[in-house]
Structures are given as C-alpha cells and as structure tokens.
Design a protein around this ligand. Sequence first.
Ligand code: AMP
Ligand code: GLY
Length: 420
Amino acid sequence: MKALVVGNGGREHAIAWTLLQSPNVKQVFCTPGNGGTATMTNCQNLPVAVDNFAEIARVVTENHISLVVVGPEVPLSLGIVDYLRQHNIAVFGPTKEGAQIESSKSWAKEIMNQANVPTAKSKTFTAAAAAKDYIRAEGAPIVVKADGLAAGKGVIVATTIDEAIAAVEELLGKDSGKLVIEEFLTGSEVSVLAVTDGKTIRPLSPAQDHKRIGEGDTGKNTGGMGAYSPVPLITAELMQRIEQEILQPTLEALNKKNIDYRGVLYAGLMITPAGDPKVIEFNCRFGDPETQVVLPLLDTPLEQILLACVAQKLEQQPSFKWKAGSAVCVVIASGGYPDAYEKGKAIAGTQAATQKGAIVFHAGTKLQKKQIVTDGGRVLGITAFGDNFAQAIAFAYDAVKSIQFEGMYYRRDIGHRYKQ
Ligand code: AMP
Ligand code: GLY
C-alpha cells in the first residue's frame, strides 16, 4: 500500500519512517515533508500546504494512496478529515468537531466535567473583570490559558496574583476572547497517546517530554526538547486507571455528542504526589517529540493499527506488541530557539549518527541543492534504543556528538527524570 503523511515535523518523519518499516507499505508521500522525508528511501515529498485540502485529495487519487495520516492540529481543527472523508478517502484523525478537544480548552473542560474525568478545577471567562476577581479569590499559583490554539504560547503558569492578572490582559487580547483559569497542579507530567476508532480506545507506550529550553527544566517553554519511553512511573496498574478513569469516559462523552473520533487522543497528564492521574490537557494528534520515541518502540505494523481505526475495527486487533528496552530522543535546536533563530545552516554528520545505530528524525530541515540545511527551531531528533535508560541515553548522546551545524543547541539532561 501507499500512504500519505500530512505535515513537516519530526513527528511526521517518525510516522513516515515507522510506516515504511512494514513490508506492506511500499511508498510514503509527505505533504509537504522536510529534508528527512525528502531523502528517506521509498519516501517522497509533494509541495502541498497542510491546509490545501483540495490539492491533498487530488494527489491522493492521482497516486492511488490508500491511507492519509494527519500530523498537526491545525489542519485537523480546520476540518481536513471532514473534507477527505467526504471524498471517500481513508484518513486517520478526528473531524473538526472532535479536534475541539485540543482547539478549545473550554470545550475540552466541558467534556471532562461531563465525563467525570479527573482534572484541575477550572472556570471559563469571556470578561477580564470577572477573570481578575476569580484570580484574587483563588490566589496564586494559578494557571491562565487562552481558549484556542496558540502554538504552545497560550498557557501562563502564574506564580503571583499580579502575574496572573497580567496574563489575563495578554491572553484575552490575543484569542477568541475566552480564557480558562485553572488550579495549579503539581507532580510529574506524562504523555499518554491513545489510538481510537471511536468505539475502542487503546493506549500506546507512555512517554515523558522535556518542555523547557534549559537543563534542569528551566527557562522558556518549547515544543519539546526531548522525550523518553516507556515511563517507569506508569505501572500496569496506573495505566489501567488511566484507561478506566480518563480514556474510556472521555471517548464515551465524545460519543454522547455524536462525535465519530478516529485518531489519536493524547492525554497530557499530571501524576500527583498522591499517585493519581489528572488531565492537564488533551491533544487531538500524535505528540512531538513523544512520537519519535513511541513509534520506534512499536513492533506491530503501524498501518495495521491506523487502518483498523479508520475501519472501526480496532477491537479485532491483537494487543499491540512493543520492543523490549527503552528509547530516548534528544532534540537538537537552532541557537536562539524558542526566540529568534537563523535558518539555512548546513547540517553535517547525520550519516555518522545513523551508523552508530541512532535514528535521525528531521524536523526543521530542508533539502537545498543536495545539502540538508536548517529550516526551523527544532531541527533534528536523535532517537536511540537501549536495554535500559542509562544505555539509551548514552547511545543517543554519542550519536548527537556526530552532528554539526552552526549554533546548534541541545539539552544534556534528556531522560534524567526516568528514575522518579
Ligand atoms: P499546555 O499548552 O496546555 O500543554 O500547557 C503547557 C504547560 O503548562 C504544561 O505542559 C504544564 O507544564 C503547564 N501547565 C498547564 N496546566 C497546568 C496546571 N493546571 N498545573 C500546572 N501546570 C500546568
Ligand atoms: N510534546 C508536546 C506536544 O506535542 O504537544
């Protein structure tokens, strides 16, 4: 079969790479893809924007593609799945309505409250004065969130009341005019990506992301500077609770709204000091960089799982198989990220890193006159396996040493939290 992956990040390279591990997948197309997908065997980029649905449908038909996998949240929230389904194209991802679980935090909170899913106490506001009164009454720390998609810039964790009040001004101005203000949760953050066909929901191997730019989880928030999987903190018993208390009831609540959700439901969780899982947020897609560690550990052919979701036959799939051991991904970013950074720097050493046994996933890169150059903030994700975390971390950093480009930056402490 042939598949098409929509998007151009490390997540999309990891999806394309994993699809191509299966003997049943002959070719993968990426719209628009990046330097990694441009140079991977049996993979081809097509220069089509992620929101050009008509052109995506056209290339699917022209190339006899039997499965479309949508990577990013923006085309999902714009209704790419609704459009492709109307054109009888098999597509993995939720509809526009289902994607609201990520594109509207107040809508997601409503679903969680209806389903009795454990999450931070919250209230939704449209007026600044009422929001500020609520903050004064609740005190700090407190979390202020823009309702809509904000490319990772819509959440302010305020440590003082003054900071929270400033956050109201900042976020109300920029958004749809809605804010969610919620209780500050403490504990360990874990990403549980689950796949669903709308009837059955099954978790993938849990992962932990490293969101801050600086070592020791300091500095600005980023898209994610590294990840590891599985997560020792998530025991089999805790995963069962996550399924029963969070994933199943959320799917039931979506069903009650007649939402036909076939895709990834990504639960961003806080495991509280008491050991209870609470939802920080839901996403409607694979996480990035989490996908760069989760999918390489998967031993079941990915296309089987995705096609089963699209055909609403997930229940009939045998339990997913996972490789033994651990995976760690170190993200290499452009100097300056997440603030301003330069592009167009020549990248060397990807082959040497691959020869050391690592997988080099490309994110912000492009192929320019036969040379791979930087083209974004997060440039590469270097994924390595090990029998245990210490080994996987050592292998990943050894491969990172092979990579060179001007101004490159990476955290040296990815995976450090696995012992907690
Ligand atoms: P989000 O954009 O929703 O992923 O939020 C960004 C980050 O803000 C999360 O990964 C958390 O680290 C933090 N955060 C969001 N909500 C809360 C909360 N209720 N309590 C503590 N931290 C939070
Ligand atoms: N790694 C965080 C995200 O994908 O949203």
